[in-house]
Each structure stands twice: as structure tokens, then as C-alpha cells.
Write a protein of this length. Structure first.
Length: 296
């Protein structure tokens, strides 16, 4: 599980929908007032997208789509690939096309590229921290509404793995489900009777007693919630490889290595998507013809 996961491309339709929504938000009812006021309609420009800080790149196809949405003749030439670790001041792509289109799409392109690259960079820190153990770093549903597919893609670019995508593709019985159902056994039995043969069942437990009860039933994974290191080691020993073990809670870059060394299979980290800093990138024009003033 700890090997780098594959990075399937984001669907073009999904990218187009997100980019269109972002451009509509930025342009509003009046369009790009500054660019229209200062740049001639036929001006052509080229520029370089480059990192201000080092990190892992993610979201190049989304940045390309933002520029092409406003100028379908624009040329976007990547110099690196998603998943690449690059140094500061690295050119990640060259873009050329209509100057107005490039200026108007610039912020949307950089917002996506910076956000996704920031998640990929943050994920790489966690993945590197557990290197040499069998533990894999996985994401959660703590994502920006509407951008889950993009943020989970960025996690994979950084060397992390995907947990369930949403409420619809797996059953995860958490503490409140157990309380509402009347106990672990009842919740699992109901879930097993409901689930199809392709749907996996994971159960959250916060004690070894709860784990023992869960293991009496047919389940696929256990989420070991907020357990101390000695509890995690005991839980792994108790499971004996019968189901997948996932550690969750109190995970940060200072603790993740110790958690991985307990022998768990997965470590879920909500911070990958809810607390990753944006990677700083910028677009600098090389040439503009005919002469036009650059706007900020």
C-alpha cells in the first residue's frame, strides 16, 4: 500500500464545469473591466507559469482549461507533469495566446494550480514521513464543497491514497451510527443485510473492547479512532491481518511516523485537504504584441 498510487486523469467534463463556474464567479455581469479598458482586443502575449516556492505540482490540466476556455487557440506547453517535485523558480508551463484571455483567466488558473499543488506538496510530506513502513496515507471527506474530485486527485499526486469518495461508495459505521442503531453488533448486522456484494463495510471503534465486538462480524476494515500508540499496537495484534486497519485522529507530521510504526495499514489525515497551504505560483509575461500595459 505504501507505493506511489496511480494518478488517473481528471475527466475533461468535470474540469470544464469547475473552470466555467470559477470564471463566471470572477467575471460577474460586467466582465474583466481592467483588462478590457487597458488591453487592445487583438493583442497577443506569452508568459511563463513558475513556482515561487518548491513543491509538488498538481492541476496543470485545470490551469490549461482555464486559459483555453477564453481563447481556444491558446497554446499551453507544460514543462513538468502532475506529481513532479520541483524547486522554487521552476517554470511549470508556457502559455501563449490572446492577451486579454490570458489576463482574465490568470487568477482562476493560478487558484486551481496553487490549491491543488499545495495539497500535493503537503501530502508528500506525510507520505515521506511514513516511508519504509507499510502504512499508506489516505484522504478524507473533509474537502472543499464542489472540489472533492480535484482535491482527492491532488492527494494522489502527492503520494497519498484515496479513502471512500463520498457517502455512496462504501459503508463507514461511525460512533453516532452505533449510538443511533443501539450498538456495534446491531449496526453491523443491519449494514451487512443492506449492503450489496460490492460494498465494503468499515467500523469505527475507540477501544479494544469495541474492536473485539466488531471482529465477531463480517467486516472489511476497522477505523481505530483516537487510540494511543500502545492501543494501536494491541489492536493490530488483535486483528492479525483479518481486516484492514486504519488509524485516525491526532495525526500530524510530528505523530504520523510513530503511528505508522504500530503496524496499521492506513492512516487517514483530514489536514491533507482542509489545512494544506497553497503553493505560491505566478504568471509573468515574456512578450506582448502590439504593446499593451500589463495589469496586476
Amino acid at each position: 500500500m505504501s507505493s506511489s498510487p496511480p494518478k488517473p486523469a481528471l475527466p475533461a467534463l468535470l474540469i470544464a464545469r469547475a473552470v466555467t463556474a470559477a470564471l463566471e464567479e470572477d467575471l460577474g455581469l460586467s466582465g474583466d473591466l481592467t483588462t478590457v479598458a487597458t488591453i487592445t482586443p487583438d493583442a497577443k502575449a506569452s508568459g511563463l507559469l513558475a513556482t515561487r516556492k518548491g513543491g509538488v505540482i498538481s492541476g496543470l490540466d485545470v490551469a490549461r482549461a482555464a486559459f483555453l476556455a477564453l481563447d481556444n487557440g491558446a497554446v499551453f506547453e507544460p514543462r513538468v507533469a502532475d506529481g513532479d517535485l520541483v524547486a522554487a523558480r521552476t517554470t511549470v508551463a508556457r502559455i501563449s495566446g490572446n492577451a486579454r484571455a490570458l489576463l482574465t483567466a490568470e487568477r482562476v488558473a493560478l487558484n486551481f494550480l496553487g490549491r491543488l499543488s499545495g495539497i500535493a506538496t503537503f501530502t508528500r510530506l506525510y507520505a515521506d514521513a511514513v516511508g519504509g513502513t507499510k502504512a499508506a496515507i489516505v484522504d478524507t471527506r473533509k474537502t472543499t464543497p464542489g472540489l472533492r474530485a480535484f482535491e482527492k486527485y491532488a492527494v494522489r499526486c502527492g503520494g497519498g491514497h484515496s479513502h471512500r469518495f463520498g457517502l455512496f461508495d462504501a459503508i463507514l459505521i461511525k460512533d453516532n451510527h452505533i449510538v443511533a442503531a443501539g450498538g456495534i453488533s446491531t449496526a453491523i448486522e443491519r449494514a451487512r443485510a443492506f449492503a450489496g456484494h460490492m460494498v465494503k463495510i468499515e467500523v469505527e471503534v475507540d477501544s479494544l473492547d469495541g474492536l473485539e465486538i466488531a471482529l465477531k462480524h463480517k467486516i472489511d476494515a476497522v477505523l481505530l479512532d483516537n487510540m494511543k500508540l500502545d492501543q494501536l499496537r494491541a489492536a493490530v495484534k488483535l486483528v492479525e491481518g483479518r481486516v484492514v486497519t486504519e488509524a485516525s485522529g491526532n495525526v500530524n507530521l510530528d505523530t504520523v511516523r510513530s503511528i505508522a510504526e504500530t503496524g496499521v495499514d492506513l492512516i487517514s489525515v483530514g489536514a491533507l485537504t482542509h489545512s494544506a497551504p497553497v503553493l505560491d505560483l505566478g504568471l509573468d509575461f515574456e512578450n506582448v504584441a502590439p504593446a499593451a500595459r500589463k495589469t496586476r
